[in-house]
Design a binder for this molecule. Structure first.
Ligand code: SF4
Length: 220
């Protein structure tokens, strides 16, 4: 273990530069492991209205630049990485406040999601920044487009542990090279940009048919 400038214990690096995965994969994995595999193993991507609008919103915070607002230094499109989590990506906005606190802020087009996959992504950004700046980051914020509002996210020990475990699971999944079968969820799948590629209902019917057929064969 190392210690950072605040005396916090920082586990040693687990990954090398060549093993780093896109940070967005943790959000995809929490949303649906199959979606994560389709994007990061099979390199499938389909842009629907939600992702297109989200990308347009992101384009505004994707140009590296900075500005001062009310004494707060705002850095945009900040490159980040963590050798401990094995992740690399960009933080939309990082705020440097006069009291020394640092806040990552992630922008999303839509509403806050029923699950907390955005929080895990934000916490992964915070862990990257902690590792790079040898500091401690207690909280960050999500900025949602509908309605336009900012939501505070505290990096609790539970959220940190979930983020670490998710990063590890993403590495295992991608190393395995195996895409999990679909687990159909009407609400979640309806919002998924890969619905047409995944075909979760059809695939579930086929795998059930095959399972039933082989179990009948075993009995005969
Ligand atoms: S359609 Fe559903 S099961 Fe398929 S990848 Fe998307 S969320 Fe996962």
């Amino acid at each position: 273990m190392n210690t950072d400038s605040h005396g916090q214990r920082q586990p040693l690096a687990r990954y090398s530069d060549s093993e780093l995965l896109p940070l967005s994969a943790v959000q995809h994995y929490v949303f649906c492991p199959r979606q994560c595999a389709l994007i990061h193993i099979e390199h499938q991507w389909s842009e629907n209205r939600i992702t297109a609008e989200g990308r347009a919103m992101h384009d505004r915070v994707d140009r590296p630049e900075h500005e001062m607002r009310d004494g707060v230094r705002m850095e945009y499109a900040v490159p980040i990485r963590s050798l401990r989590l094995g992740l690399v990506g960009k933080a939309d906005v990082v705020e440097f406040h006069p009291d020394g606190s640092i806040l990552p802020v992630e922008h999303k087009r839509g509403r806050p999601k029923p699950d907390h996959c955005d929080w895990v992504q934000l916490c992964a950004q915070a862990i990257c920044l902690e590792e790079m700046l040898s500091t401690r980051i207690e909280e960050g914020a999500m900025f949602y487009g509908q309605p336009r509002r900012r939501q505070r996210v505290v990096f609790t020990p539970e959220l940190r542990a979930e983020t670490e475990n998710t990063a590890r699971a993403v590495h295992e999944l991608i190393l395995s090279g195996n895409t999990p079968l679909p687990d159909y969820d009407r609400k979640k799948c309806a919002a998924c940009s890969l619905l047409d590629i995944c075909m979760p209902k059809k695939r579930q019917r086929v795998s059930k048919y095959l399972a039933d057929t082989f179990s009948e064969d075993d009995k005969s």
